[in-house]
Design a protein around this ligand. Structure first.
Ligand code: CP
Ligand code: NVA
Length: 308
């Protein structure tokens, strides 16, 4: 691997070469793990997992990943820490740096994790904010590499809410030669300013459309996510009406390449943003995706700590 990037707050903390390099690292690490070779460079180190929102995959895959690398994972919720409430984020960062070797944090505001990273002397990894979910898309690209043999020169069609997942795909198209289509409505757009900034000097391309068929046409990857994210469940009914025609269903599947893969970060609301037949069908790779959170995030952690 090349030089260390200490934090992983968004995918664009890495450049294109570093990103590709890290995907290859994750593939090697997964092969090693499956062959029973488990280096333990985190022995004697504690990693804090601070979660202000619910989680199945992220929490457990990070916790198991830390264990497999020989470290000790400490899971804490905001009930204990009350980041920015009991004391400033800066003071909490300084204190946590005296105990831990790394912080993995899931919270609401991206600025809070940026503040934490600014004052911490240890790496900070973004385990999801309202803005982006960079670990998810990094690990999804690992799955895409395994299934399609490449992570560039692909058409990715994302259907639904212009949320943290959509924005993480936009960041992926900033770094990589991806032809990204986002089928959404003007009300659920991922944000003009975000898109404009990400597309400045981008390697890939982003098309935002209200036409889900145009997005699906000849796509290599069909992707969706819930229509109301954590912390925004009050929008569930409203978004279900707005996004009804953005559902990832058999019609969309028929428009994509026959070899396409269907992805969802999970948890899914089956029958809403994705049909049962599609999520359980032969093109779906959603559980391989979930598994790869473990392998991909081990590489992210190692890189942040400066290990190869
Ligand atoms: N995909 C994902 O991040 O799942 P969790 O919310 O369960 O962690
Ligand atoms: N957009 C979803 C992703 C969950 C992994 C949310 O933020 O709830």
């Amino acid at each position: 691997m090349t030089a260390i990037t200490r934090n992983f707050l968004t995918q664009t903390d890495l450049n294109r070469e570093e990103f590709i390099d890290l995907i290859d690292h994750a593939i090697r690490l997964k092969d090693q793990t499956q062959a029973g070779v488990c280096p333990q460079p985190l022995a004697g180190k504690a990693v804090g997992l601070i979660f202000h929102k619910p989680s199945l995959r992220t929490r457990i895959s990070f916790e198991v990943g830390v264990q497999q690398l020989g470290g000790n994972a400490l899971f804490v919720t905001d009930k204990e820490i009350q980041l920015g409430v009991r004391e400033t984020i800066a003071d909490a960062a300084r204190v946590l740096s005296r105990y831990l070797s790394m912080i993995v944090i899931r919270t609401f505001h991206q600025q809070d994790i940026e503040e934490l990273a600014k004052y911490a002397d240890i790496p900070v990894i973004n385990a999801l904010t309202d803005l982006v979910h960079p670990c998810q898309v990094f690990c999804d690209l690992l799955t895409i590499k395994e299934k399609l043999g490449r992570i560039e020169d692909i058409k990715v069609a994302y259907f639904g809410d212009g949320n943290n997942m959509a924005r993480s795909w936009i960041n992926a198209a900033h770094l990589l030669d991806i032809d990204l289509w986002i089928a959404t409505t003007p009300d659920t757009h991922p944000g003009e300013e975000f898109v404009a900034k990400a597309m400045d000097n981008a390697v890939g391309k982003v098309t935002i459309t209200e036409d889900p068929s145009a997005a699906a046409k000849d796509a290599d990857v069909l992707y969706t996510d819930v229509w109301a994210s954590m912390g925004e469940k009050d929008k569930a009914v409203e978004n279900a009406i707005k996004l009804e025609k953005m559902s990832l269903n058999e019609e969309r599947l028929a428009e994509a390449k026959p070899s396409c893969i269907v992805m969802h970060c999970l948890p899914a609301e089956r029958g809403r943003e994705i049909s049962e037949a599609v999520i359980d069908g032969p093109n779906s790779v959603v559980f391989d995706q979930a598994e790869n959170r473990l392998h991909g995030q081990k590489s992210i952690m190692l890189r942040c700590l400066g290990y190869n």
